[in-house]
Design a protein around this ligand. Structure first.
Ligand SMILES: *Cc1c(COP(=O)(O)O)cnc(C)c1O
Length: 495
């Protein structure tokens, strides 16, 4: 079955998978979605015996149908190799009655590596397939983790450049250090005076600016996106939910066919949307539990059917989830609106103009797959300490938000199905909060001392990504206002 992609905002725009990956965002500002969802038809028993790479090939070939098996296999083998610090690529860790799916074993120790280690390969393969000779310029807004993972993936990849915008002061000290020490002659990192939503909206505007497009075309360049609006990121994220299911079967925690629940710490709604697609194509999932931090716009949406970003933005200890405009929700809206691009466009226009939209009661029924709740800053800290006290396992702040919400879900619903909690970052990435949650009496300490203390507490080896930044020189220190972002792009690309 050949899967075509269309825009969430108009029925005119269609693209193959490789075109959609190259473009990132559809030309009308909408997001590409599969016109039809494929079905996973292999037996769930066989999943238990497969490697990550084998499952990746099964899932990705269902969606990326204009890539050959050989092309996909090459991309997969190049992506999922010794850059990951465990040969299985990802693994489950059982603690306190739930299975934490550790998605942070890649080069930058956050789950973004799961997709961003393969996206550059998919993109350069797509460009070669389509005879595109333009230089591909990746423009990315980051809440902290995407930027580093995207640069790690694209650094020194021939035929590409990458520009990353991050909120200055809105990411953890380690995240900032990781980004600003990035090597590679084709990478540029820029702090902005604003928050993640400002950065993301400005990047979307640059993408759809006609004058900018002309300048780019004139210089033999074209933009693409490494944000989770690119289906080349979404599809690889479906893989690990299948892989995790296979591991649960293998460990005897479930029978093949039995339903599980999945909790995902959510910001831009990319990771949980991948879990939703996994369910839609055949993975036995009962509930998708959407966990937010104090920026709980999604929780309110799930309870009221109204998406309202008019509220104050909070900086929390889980900065990768400090987001009020969850871009990928647009894909869910499109789906539950019966794949109606006009309705979706109306909602998104209203979000842009008034910061709010309302779905219909009928659409609310389509949200039955989801449960939404949030964890406050205090609850997040308590959860880190609680899990540590009960099992000796140390989780990061984002995972702790998910873990706390998972517990609320279980208490409220008495649902005892096997639970997978997406564990999205290594605790080393958010050392300060993690250490102080477990050792509230820890005094003044430098970042490096905190790292050593976390090593003592957890007994987990210090990841290479952390060792690297201990000594790496800062190579990037540009900071601009939000309205200077287009000019910065023009300047650095010499347009
Ligand atoms: C990006 C990120 C999230 C949120 O994922 P979305 O796909 O944006 O919902 C959660 N945790 C960590 C550590 C992240 O880097």
């Amino acid at each position: 079955m050949q899967i075509m992609y269309r825009s969430t905002r108009s029925s005119q725009i269609r693209a193959t998978a490789s075109e959609a990956i190259l473009q990132g965002l559809a030309p009308d500002g909408g997001l590409y979605v599969p016109e039809e969802l494929p079905r996973y038809t292999k037996s769930l028993e066989t999943l238990a015996g497969q490697t990550y790479q084998e499952t990746a090939l099964d899932i990705m070939s269902l969606f990326l149908t204009d890539f050959t098996q050989e092309e996909l296999k090459t991309c997969i083998d190049r992506a999922y190799d010794s850059k990951f610090d465990i040969p299985q690529i990802t693994c489950l860790h059982e603690a306190d009655g739930v299975s934490y799916l550790e998605l942070f074993h890649g080069a930058t120790i956050a789950f973004k590596d799961m997709a961003l280690s393969i996206l550059p390969h998919l993109m350069t393969t797509a460009a070669a397939k389509r005879g595109v000779s333009d230089e591909i310029v990746i423009l990315t807004a980051t809440s902290g983790d995407t930027g580093k993972a995207a640069m790690a993936g694209f650094a020194d990849v021939p035929g590409t450049k990458i520009i990353v915008f991050y909120p200055k002061g809105g990411v953890s000290a380690i995240q900032e250090k990781q980004m600003c020490t990035q090597r590679g002659s084709n990478v540029h990192v820029v702090g902005i005076r604003g928050n993640f939503d400002d950065a993301q909206s400005a990047v979307k505007r640059i993408f759809s600016d006609e004058q900018m497009k002309e300048r780019m075309a004139g210089a033999g360049k074209r933009f693409s996106s490494a944000n989770s609006i690119n289906i080349g990121r979404l599809v690889p994220q479906i893989v690990y939910y299948y892989y995790a299911y296979g591991q649960l079967v293998k460990e005897g925690k479930i029978r093949a066919g039995e339903q599980i629940n999945i909790t995902v710490p959510t910001g831009n709604f990319g990771n949980i949307l991948a879990a939703y697609y996994a369910k839609q194509i055949g993975l036995p999932v009962k509930k998708l539990i959407c966990a937010s931090n104090e920026n709980k716009v999604l929780v309110d949406f799930f309870t009221s059917g109204s998406y309202d970003r008019n509220r104050s933005f909070r900086l929390t200890s889980s900065p990768s989830m400090d987001i009020l405009i969850s871009s990928n929700l647009e894909r869910l809206i499109y789906r539950i609106a019966g794949e109606d691009p006009d309705f979706t466009k109306k909602c998104m226009d209203s979000l842009g103009a008034e910061g709010i939209y309302q779905i219909t009661p009928k659409m609310e029924e389509g949200l039955g797959d989801f449960y939404g709740n949030y964890a406050s800053e205090a609850e997040t800290s308590e959860e880190i300490s609680r899990i540590y006290e009960r099992s000796g396992y140390v989780i990061d702040t984002h995972t702790a938000v998910a873990s706390a919400v998972c517990r609320k879900f279980r208490e409220e619903t008495k649902d005892s199905a096997a639970m997978v909690v997406a564990s999205t970052a290594s605790p080393y990435k958010f050392c300060n909060t993690v250490v102080r949650s477990i050792r509230p009496d820890a005094g003044e300490m430098t970042d490096l001392e905190l790292i050593d203390m976390l090593h003592e507490i957890s007994g987990v080896e210090i990841p290479q990504a952390i060792e690297d930044i201990r000594t790496a020189p800062v190579l990037h220190d540009t900071v601009v206002d939000v309205d200077e972002m287009p000019q910065e792009v023009i300047r650095w690309l010499d347009l």
